[in-house]
Design a protein around this ligand. Structure first.
Ligand SMILES: C[S@@+](CC[C@H](N)C(=O)[O-])C[C@H]1O[C@@H](n2cnc3c(N)ncnc32)[C@H](O)[C@@H]1O
Length: 512
């Protein structure tokens, strides 16, 4: 007689090795329910036994209980994502057992927890590729790379990770995504990449990728930065000159003329001298009325306002900034500055006063911007009001000497009776005498102590050697650095009192 044996219950001591053996035995005998409950017990005792966790999932699947299996896998995934050690153990196990779909899902869960997890993105896309799901791998990486805000280091890790893990066919997807989401950081990384061949290859690929948000100008700028870093200055200058108008046209159509060029902190010694002059007025009359004339897109006024704030006297200053080109004034009112123009801005000031926009440009703090009143004014017209400090930097160089001489008279009239005049950027030889004839006294002995930003000058000169900047690149001249007259007072007495203060401020920045 064939009698079914009676089920007997035995309790086993909680020893993992013994439990494993009994589970195997019961499985072999077809005792599904018993083997499942013992496997649950094993997982309960050894939650970090990832083999057991995976087997548990597979046993439930094999037993025709997909929902219970999914619950257990979900729990295992949660536990594995508790820390990096567990994560990498579970990841390794899934890969070594060739559970590619499970691995891809695991990495998706990892990315849901930490959207910046580069390893998860790489491992997930690799798993999908290995399981011949090219489209899935492409989508996962594209989504990851496009997420904005990857740092330069993240761009590097992701791109190099793609190369070293043999995912080369996905490199364009990654470059395209990074270019769309974090183009500034990607450019920063490629600008300074130590391997020239690799950087050139990546820049070429990038240029071909035509990612939204990425322009050929940005690629060229990264290439130029590489030339500069390699000491190939002439080549860099020429390359820059070739795209100068493209940069201007791309950003502000009205800027196609290089005469509107300006930069943040274009002339730091001069700016610091201007702060000293402003303080002079604040200490004597409780306020300083400042006119930044010919302000172009506003960077000079922004830089000065920012330094006045840093010096604690901004609230006592009335700043007007003007240009005769309405389009430039409109742009200046926005407070938006191109990244290229920010090169000389100290990181702490950048952090404190600017916000980086998604397009890679910077926006000046609204409070600071509101302290500057922008107006359209032609310096040749009679002034509506006079100011204590009138700054007309890098404007007279654009005019033929005779016209510049006539303009000097009207610029002079913009300054108050005890005002200070700043004429930075170079004066043609005859204009020095003209300034004196108008009663202006240089603030500094041999008042040629403030000079221009040479890097910018070189680039502009290559583009337009004749009138703009008037001077060839510094290294083509014997005089190094070439210096120009800049600051003037209305009287000898004022020049004698203010001159030494200004000289000290310049020396502190310039080291000369
Ligand atoms: C090279 S930018 C100088 C910008 C800024 N001052 C600097 O040094 O960075 C010259 C500016 O002078 C302006 N400009 C030229 N002639 C002018 C005039 N007659 N009145 C007002 N602005 C003038 C131009 O529009 C241009 O923006």
């Amino acid at each position: 007689m064939n009698e079914k044996p009676k089920a007997i219950e035995i309790s086993l001591p909680p020893q993992p090795a013994l439990l494993r053996q009994v589970v195997r035995l019961l499985e072999k005998e077809g005792e599904i329910a018993g083997s499942l409950s013992l496997q649950d017990k094993l997982v309960e005792i050894c939650p970090d036994d990832w083999n057991a966790r995976l087997s548990q999932y597979e046993m439930y699947l094999a037993a025709g209980q997909p929902e219970a299996a999914a619950r257990r896998l979900e729990q295992a995934t949660d536990d594995a994502l508790q820390d990096a050690h567990r994560t990498s153990k579970f990841r390794r196990l899934l890969r070594s057992r060739n559970r590619l779909r499970l691995l891809a899902n695991f990495e998706r869960a990892a990315l849901a927890r930490n959207p910046a997890d580069i390893r998860a993105a790489l491992s997930g896309s690799q798993a999908l590729l290995d399981s011949r799901d090219f489209a899935g791998a492409q989508a996962l990486l594209a989504e990851f790379a496009q997420r904005p805000g990857h740092s330069a280091i993240a761009c590097k890790r992701l791109t190099m990770g793609i190369r070293t893990s043999g995912l080369d066919q996905l490199l364009d997807v990654v470059l395209h995504g990074l270019a769309a989401g974090s183009s500034h950081q990607l450019a920063a990384w490629l600008s300074g990449h130590e391997d020239d061949d690799l950087a050139t290859e990546l820049l070429d690929r990038l240029e071909r990728s035509q990612a939204p948000g990425w322009s050929s100008v940005a690629v060229q700028l990264a290439r130029i930065a590489r030339m500069e870093a390699a000491g190939r200055h002439d080549e860099a200058d020429r390359a820059h000159a070739r795209i100068e108008s493209a940069i201007a046209v791309e950003r502000v159509p009205q800027l196609a003329s290089p005469t509107a060029s300006t930069l943040m902190f274009r002339n730091p010694p001069l700016l610091s001298a201007l702060v000293v002059v402003a303080r002079w007025y604040v200490e004597r009359s409780g306020k300083a009325r400042i006119h930044v004339a010919a302000c172009s897109t506003g960077e000079e006024a922004y830089s000065l306002a920012l330094l006045l704030d840093k010096a604690g006297i901004l609230d006592a200053c009335e700043i007007m900034a003007s240009d005769f080109d309405p389009a430039l004034v409109r742009r200046a009112r926005t407070g938006v500055v191109d990244a290229r123009s920010m090169e000389a801005t100290a990181p702490d000031l950048l952090e404190k006063y600017f916000t980086r926009q998604a397009d890679g440009r910077y926006r000046l703090d609204g409070g600071l911007l509101s302290k500057i009143a922008f107006h359209v004014r032609d310096l040749r017209d009679a002034p509506a009001i006079q100011h204590d400090l009138v700054i007309a930097d890098n404007v007279l160089v654009h005019y033929p000497e005779e016209e510049a001489a006539r303009m000097l008279t009207s610029i002079s009239a913009h300054a108050a009776a005890d005002g200070v005049l700043c004429l930075g950027g170079g004066l043609a030889p005859g204009l020095g005498a003209r300034v004196k004839a108008l009663g202006w006294v240089p603030l500094l002995q041999g008042s040629e102590t403030i000079h221009e930003a040479w890097r910018t000058q070189r680039k502009a000169w290559y583009l337009n050697p004749r009138p703009y900047w008037a001077l060839p690149p510094a290294r083509m001249l014997d005089a190094q650095p070439l210096r120009r007259t800049t600051l003037f007072a209305r009287s000898e007495a004022m020049a004698a009192a203010l001159g030494p203060l200004v000289a000290r401020a310049i020396e502190a920045v310039d080291g000369t």
